[in-house]
Design a protein. Structure first.
Length: 585
């Protein structure tokens, strides 16, 4: 039986983090199962709003621990932002004086309705687990959101502790000072637990892939700067070809080997485990246990047929998008599915078709510059940088609302703007600005992985509702909010990117349903990295192809109005020339 080295003496708190698509959820769940099967009391926590733990375990997730049937000692919970925000609002209001007026209560509730309240409320739930003194669990395992969002989450203990130190006013977007001060002890306990190598281990998960390894390396350094120095590395999905005459299989193995040989020194210095690529999807208890070599692996699926799901190439999608003349193109999906590649290729394809294009990203991890690796006339490339946008927002507020204040009042306003939630507001304003550019040119937006993008969409909806309230009873015929632009199919085209695997397709389906509830209809799906489309005879890869075919048919026959297909490529499409090849007939 294969057992990860990290399980020889596991910490009480285990954080699984890394680029999405590397297998964080599968590995964290398999580790939780192993520990529970060993007689430990384990809580598995998802901090990702786009989690698929429910599908993997067959359990309905809630904001409170739910026991996993057939696994004594294991419970799971999902930190749901909406539920967390409502519970936070109730706690803050309950702390107010009993003689508070209706107007005062209304003001506080209005302050607590923004996106930053959702963030701090989710963090508050997270912090409560780290500051738990009841010792109800031997181990608490965190299956985190993709890297950029996780770094934001793990930086909040220090950010809020610093903001609260000596602050007797609170943050205007989060209610009165008492509402935050009552959490100060909890925030400090969370920071202490995260920084204690005897309690906490951060498990950096990667695949034998250059991009995923580079992100793990950057994450390692950023986590060290936050005080999280007890780290381990797990390389998931290591593949060895069994047929040397199979060019595709050998190319997959060689790319992985080259990526591992080029691993940065900071990762080489970490304790490391490797988990081989499996022939089955990690859905269900038998498959999850078999991931670490426990129990019996699920039976191999039947050989895939030679039929491919109906789907044109990316060149046909670029043609379809170019017909509009201008507008917003948002590329969305689970992290690790190739959103950045698809977004960059479509931007290049539109420029080739004579269009002016602004290519940007809302992803904190921001890989656009690496993917393009060059310039192209007619293509403007940038990103929504949270630090830059926050400073721009602060300067704007100080220049407008603070213009006529005295020095003391300006100092108080600036202190309030030091709140970590200011970043969320600033990023939304930048997003709204980029969206509006689609009126006269093409804007291609490479979005953050699903969970983080949904929070941005929530902020868009909250802003729309606020504008509608403020204009209630007045003419709003000239008002066009970002949400209204996203709901306009002539203005906005949503492209969902997925891999031909069960979990990415299910998450893309869930994202599509979320968008439809906001009256936003996706334009097309792109199925990326299809090994079936590339062709292979390797037994292990062949065992996965029937499942791939099933998912491709699932998309084309029931989920997508338009389906486009990209085969697995032996060489990653990096650079303008390689991207251009993807969108050239």
């Amino acid at each position: 039986m294969q057992v990860l080295g990290l399980l020889s003496r596991p910490s009480r708190y285990l954080f699984f983090t890394g680029k999405d698509g590397v297998g964080k959820t599968s590995l964290s769940t398999a580790v939780a199962l192993y520990l529970a099967d060993s007689g430990k009391r384990v809580l598995l926590v998802s901090t990702d709003t786009a989690t698929n733990l429910d599908e993997m375990l067959g359990v309905e997730l809630k904001n409170t621990p739910v026991p996993v049937p057939q696994v004594p000692g294991l419970s799971v919970l999902n930190i749901d932002p909406d539920n967390a925000a409502e519970a936070y609002r109730q706690r803050v209001v309950a702390q107010m004086a009993s003689d508070s007026s209706a107007a005062e209560l209304s003001t506080v509730r209005e302050q607590l309705s923004g996106a930053c309240t959702t963030e701090i409320a989710s963090f508050d739930e997270f912090a409560s687990l780290l500051s738990d003194q009841d010792q109800a669990y031997d181990h608490i395992i965190f299956d985190t959101a993709p890297t950029g969002h996780t770094l934001r989450l793990l930086s909040l203990p220090k950010a809020w502790s610093g903001f609260l130190a000596g602050n007797d006013r609170g943050a205007s977007c989060l209610g009165p000072h008492s509402g935050l001060k009552m959490q100060e002890v909890r925030f400090k306990a969370a920071l202490d637990a995260l920084s204690d190598p005897r309690q906490t281990t951060v498990v950096l998960v990667t695949r034998p892939d250059k991009g995923a390894i580079s992100e793990a390396s950057r994450t390692s350094e950023e986590l060290k700067a936050l005080g999280l120095s007890n780290q381990r590395l797990v390389v998931n999905g290591v593949f060895h070809a069994s047929l040397r005459e199979d060019a595709i299989a050998c190319a997959i193995e060689d790319l992985g080997a080259q990526a591992l040989l080029a691993m940065p020194p900071n990762l080489l210095a970490l304790p490391q485990d490797q988990v081989p690529l499996r022939a089955f999807d990690t859905v269900g208890l038998p498959a999850l246990r078999a991931l670490l070599g426990q129990g019996t692996a699920p039976a191999a699926m039947a050989q895939a047929s030679t039929h491919l799901a109906k789907g044109q190439g990316l060149d046909a999608l670029a043609d379809a998008l170019a017909r509009a003349g201008h507008g917003l193109i948002m590329v969305m999906g689970k992290g690790g599915v190739g959103k950045t590649t698809v977004a960059a290729a479509l931007a290049v394809g539109l420029v080739q078709r004579g269009k002016s294009v602004h290519l940007s990203t809302t992803d904190p991890a921001a890989h656009l510059s690496v993917t393009l690796a060059g310039e192209l006339p007619g293509l403007k490339v940038d990103r929504i940088d949270p630090m830059v946008e926050t400073q721009r927002y602060v300067d704007k507020i100080m220049a407008s609302k603070g213009a006529h204040l005295d020095a003391q009042e300006r100092a108080l306003m600036l202190e309030d703007l030091r709140s970590p939630c200011t970043e969320e507001v600033a990023v939304f304003h930048a997003f709204a600005r980029v969206v509006s550019e689609g009126r006269s040119a093409f804007v291609v937006l490479d979005t953050a992985p699903t969970g983080h993008s949904l929070l941005l969409m929530d902020a868009t909806g909250a802003y729309h509702r606020q504008m509608m309230r403020e204009l209630e009873g007045q003419s709003s015929s000239r008002l066009i909010t970002p949400l209204m632009r996203l709901q306009d199919p002539d203005y906005t085209k949503i492209i969902l990117v997925t891999l031909p695997e069960t979990t990415p397709v299910s998450q893309a389906q869930a994202l599509q349903e979320d968008l439809r509830r906001a009256n936003i209809e996706p334009f097309a799906w792109v199925i990326n990295k299809s090994v079936l489309a590339a062709g292979t005879r390797d037994p292990l890869l062949a065992a996965r192809l029937a499942g791939e075919q099933t998912q491709m048919d699932r998309v084309a026959d029931g989920l997508s109005q338009r389906t486009f297909l990209l085969p697995w490529l032996a060489h990653a499409p990096i650079g303008v020339a390689a991207l251009s090849a993807l969108v050239t007939p």
